[in-house]
Write a protein that binds this ligand. Structure first.
Ligand code: GLC
Length: 432
């Protein structure tokens, strides 16, 4: 018998074929990315990931659309994490969640982020660093801003946007009543985010912080929600509902306010930067007729306030493909993708170089002033309350919502809120 025996040669060939098949399967992994869908967000994620898949044929990426309200999204994530589910690999994480979700996220510094973190705003990185671990890579930073109709303000004889909330109230009333009398019964003065969710925490914090009414819980751990300025400012906002703002504003999230403003039916809007690009789109009826500026303050000369927002991508500690997942997360936060999102969607990114890009500035002239606004933006008390932040924010927006809808008067709502925050956190109460 020769050494060339068919019995010994066929076996390795068969094995090789089997192994090759197994390798091919092992090489092609699917990464599930949980994202939001505000404005053009979903479409831009999809566009970026198509490019990623073309460059990385071994990684397939699928998008999992999650509830648009941040509060519901957090609830969904906690369900995934409690079940240690491997069904989601990359997650869009709000700026206030790193402390809540920390234990369920991998350290991205172990997966290549160490090479790029130096390009990012140090504050955005610091926000996501917990015990020396980078639990998510920041790709968006935002601040609450005032959108206003330049044409209407000019038509009604106003020199520029309002400096105080009182001025906003009176300007909104004049323009709204004038426009209604002129034949637009759908015109409103001011739209914002008044639904009972995280977005209302952001809006109300701006009213409070710009009026000397405190920042809910101060960085020294004092609960400061119950004071005369807070009662007054909450009474003011409750008065807007049904006068300058539609009654339905107490059910509005970001895109509800944007849709109304973009349809030409509001003089003022509070929103994040993303609403700019859509309003200036070719088919928009308000194209060229609005601008964006800082929010008003409580009294002349007092500092105005913008709540700090932002989004990051984190990788689940229960992912079966953390390497591939981290590659996707880092790509979605990279400068080319931040540039795409800024040019096409007015999403303000977390890499300083973005704000020097001529195309980005041409499409979003207001980006030139954004870095200063971000630097002085008011953070929500998520660092100081840690894992209790979810309960703290829920208590706050529920109390504010009760006052807005008239379930309770502002003073009672805030007195009860103070007690609730004491019992959640154990912190002392005081004046701002
Ligand atoms: C935006 C912000 C986020 C905030 C949310 C509220 O998505 O980026 O930080 O919590 O709006 O609705």
């Amino acid at each position: 018998m020769s050494w060339f025996s068919p019995r010994i040669t066929t076996l390795p060939v068969a094995l090789a074929v089997m192994l090759a098949g197994a390798l091919a399967v092992a090489q092609s992994v699917t990464v599930q990315v949980a994202v939001g869908a505000v404005g053009t967000e979903l479409q831009l994620h999809r566009q970026a990931l198509d490019q990623f898949m073309a460059d990385n044929p071994d990684i397939r990426v699928e998008l999992l659309e999650t509830p648009s309200g941040g509060t519901d999204r957090l609830g969904l994530y906690l369900q995934f994490f409690e079940a240690r589910s491997a069904d989601v690999d990359v997650l869009q994480i709000d700026v206030i969640w790193p402390g809540i979700l920390e234990e369920h996220l991998v350290d991205l510094l172990q997966y290549g982020a160490d090479a790029v973190v130096g390009e990012f705003f140090p504050g955005s990185i610091a926000n996501n660093m917990l015990d020396g671990r980078l639990v998510a890579i920041p790709y968006q930073i935002g601040a609450g801003m005032l959108y206003y109709r330049t044409d209407l303000l000019e038509q009604y004889g106003f020199d520029g946007p309002p400096a105080t909330w009182t001025e906003l109230e009176s300007m909104a009333t004049v323009v709204m009543e004038g426009e209604r009398a002129a034949g637009n019964p759908d015109m409103w003065g001011f739209v914002w985010q008044g639904n009972a969710y995280e977005g209302l925490t952001c809006n109300a914090l701006e009213w409070f912080a710009s009026s000397g009414a405190g920042e809910i819980i101060e960085s020294d751990r004092t609960i400061t929600v119950f004071n005369d300025a807070a009662i007054e400012v909450l009474e003011m906002a409750a008065r807007w509902v049904g006068t300058i703002s539609p009654v339905g504003v107490t059910g509005f999230v970001e895109d509800d306010a944007r849709n109304l403003f973009q349809a030409g039916n509001a003089v003022f809007m509070r929103n994040w930067p993303y609403a700019y690009n859509l309003g200036q789109a070719e088919d928009s009826v308000i194209r060229g007729l609005f601008d964006v500026t800082v929010l008003p303050s409580g009294a002349p000369g007092e500092p105005n306030a913008a709540t700090l927002g932002g989004q990051s991508f984190g990788v689940s500690a229960y992912s079966q493909h953390p390497e591939a997942a981290a590659k996707v997360a880092l790509y979605l936060a990279s400068l080319p993708v931040q540039t795409l999102r800024a040019v096409e969607g007015s999403f303000s990114g977390t890499i300083a170089a973005l704000y020097d890009d001529p195309e980005v500035l041409e499409r979003n002239p207001f980006f030139a002033g954004l870095q200063g606004i971000f630097a002085s933006a008011v953070p929500r008390p998520s660092t100081v309350t840690g894992t209790d932040y979810g309960a703290v924010s829920r208590a706050y927006y529920t109390a504010v919502h009760d006052a807005l809808t008239g379930r309770q008067d502002a003073e009672t709502a805030l007195a009860l809120l103070e007690l609730e925050l004491e019992s959640i956190t154990g912190f002392p109460t005081g004046q701002p």
